[in-house]
Ligand binder design. Structure first.
Ligand SMILES: [Zn+2]
Length: 500
């Protein structure tokens, strides 16, 4: 079988799960011969051509980790291959002579090695694995967008191993950023009241994950909800990570607790402390997400003394400047910046007022606007244009397109961001990082960010996702049943309880 022109964000030797794209034939090439497998074991040599001298050692180390005693040899040398365009482009050839990889940077080497890893299977005909085989192939690939992120939520209900699996899997599917939202789980030393009891997002764990991400090619970005969503809890639960158990911190929040009280100078001080602490723990990444979605107009008497837009602008600008002084760029969600009654945004997410919409003129233009558009009411809708994103771009902001489970909209959204010269693409996952939603979100978003689409998933068992998720589990040396598969349980634990 000969398959051409596919994205290699996620691959498997099964035509049904390959991403076919006719549009990008000139930029991406993929020819795979499933009838012709070649050895990929200790007798194989991988020839690597990359200007980064550290790349060969990275590949050698990881081949040893992934393939153990049956690891191929890695040597630096000329390949005669032309890598895909840009910093992250790569090319690879697998045939009887061995494996050749050419890449412009270590990032391209990583993506090439992940492609091969997803395709390698155990040699046939033995009891235990005695080396692997790869299908003959020729590939040249490069991402569609330079900034490709997943947004991950560290809920109290999410096992820390699940966060690590989600980060590792995102890297394997060639996302290069992961925004981590703590949801009351970050164990601040400076403000230990700013979380639920027994938080699992400890400093040690954050630093460990940041290091893993750095090695695998995915940069972790911290998030703090600096305005609305101050409860660190889903609004529909009415939980509040601080005020439910520690009412003494009431002055920091608007009555009811959904927003921070932003006229209180203590709020700005606390948020700066938290930003600095998280930015340190995350190893000083180049971005910091400040949240700011779904805020309510201020209700406290002090906040109401200042015109709303002026108050919010001062608050966000103060934090964005603080982030900038630390060498990073602030990101915020977009919805407050679009007026609810403005007919131009009909059918798109827009939660602002006439007042807050003026922030599109007053906020610093280097704040990245994360425009979340979920095709509410029609998750199957395929739009071609995203006027809200064009609006922010025209206003002078870097803009990121952010889908959720509107899978059919992802490719057009990534294409649109590319067309208007937008900043990037952020796949939000919220409380759906499990089951088939997880499969769909990761597959469709990674394919879109690499410029291709995903055919309908196979029934019952998703081979490509299963292969990738299992590799991640192997890397983590998972031993707990609950940390396998895309659900913790096959059957709800209460199922076997007598319910007479
Ligand atoms: Zn207030």
């Amino acid at each position: 079988m000969n398959i051409k022109n596919v994205s290699l964000a996620i691959v498997a030797v099964c035509a049904a799960v390959l991403h076919v794209s006719a549009d990008d034939a000139s930029l991406q090439k993929f020819e795979l011969d499933q009838a012709k497998y070649v050895p990929f074991d200790a007798a194989t040599t991988v020839t690597l051509e990359c200007p980064d001298a550290a790349a060969a050692n990275w590949l050698r180390t990881h081949c040893a980790e992934w393939y153990g005693e049956q690891s191929p040899k890695v040597k630096a040398g000329a390949t005669g291959l032309q890598p895909g365009k840009g910093a992250e482009g790569y090319a690879a050839v697998v045939d009887e002579a061995g494996v050749k990889i050419a890449a412009n940077t270590l990032a391209g080497v990583r993506w090439a090695s992940y492609t091969l890893r997803q395709l390698a299977i155990a040699k046939r005909g033995t009891f235990r694995t005695e080396g692997r085989i790869l299908p003959s192939l020729k590939v040249a690939d490069r991402p569609h967008l330079a900034f490709r992120a997943v947004h991950l939520c560290w809920f109290p209900e999410v096992r820390p191993a699940q966060m690590e699996r989600a980060i590792r899997l995102a890297a394997l599917l060639k996302f290069n950023y992961a925004i981590i939202e703590p949801w009351g789980m970050y164990a601040s030393a400076k403000h230990p009241w700013w979380h639920w009891p027994n938080p699992t997002m400890t400093k040690e764990e954050v630093r460990r994950l940041v290091e893993i991400g750095r090695d695998l090619g995915i940069t972790l970005i911290p998030q703090i909800n600096a305005y609305g969503h101050a409860t660190s809890s889903r609004g529909c639960t009415i939980k509040h990570a601080m005020l439910d158990l520690q009412p003494q911190y009431e002055p920091l929040f608007e009555p009811g607790g959904w927003n921070w009280c932003i006229s209180n100078p203590e709020t700005q001080r606390v948020l700066r402390d938290l930003i600095a602490e998280m930015h340190d723990d995350f190893g000083h990444p180049p971005f910091f997400h400040l949240g700011c979605d779904e805020a309510q107009p201020p209700s406290c008497p002090e906040c109401r003394k200042t015109p709303y837009a002026e108050l919010v602008c001062k608050h966000i600008t103060g934090l964005a400047d603080f982030v900038k002084a630390r060498g990073a760029q602030a990101m915020i969600w977009h919805d407050m910046l679009l007026e609810r009654g403005d007919s131009r945004w009909k059918g798109y997410v827009h939660h602002g007022t006439k007042t807050t919409a003026t922030l599109a003129d007053t906020l610093p233009k280097d704040v990245i606007i994360c425009d979340w558009q979920y095709s509410y009411g029609n998750m199957k809708e395929v739009r071609k244009d995203w006027p809200t994103m064009a609006y922010f771009k025209e206003k002078g902001f870097p803009v990121a397109g952010c889908p959720w489970m509107n899978f059919n909209a992802m490719k057009p959204m990534a294409d649109y961001i590319s067309k208007i010269g937008g900043f990037g693409f952020i796949e939000t996952t919220w409380h759906h990082l499990r089951g088939s939603d997880w499969i769909q979100m990761y597959k469709f978003a990674s394919a879109a960010a690499w410029g291709t689409t995903v055919p309908p998933r196979p029934p019952m068992y998703d081979t490509a996702f299963g292969v990738a998720l299992r590799l991640v589990g192997h890397d983590m040396k998972v031993t707990d049943y609950l940390d396998t598969g895309h659900l913790n349980y096959q059957v709800p634990p209460g199922w076997w309880v007598d319910n007479n």
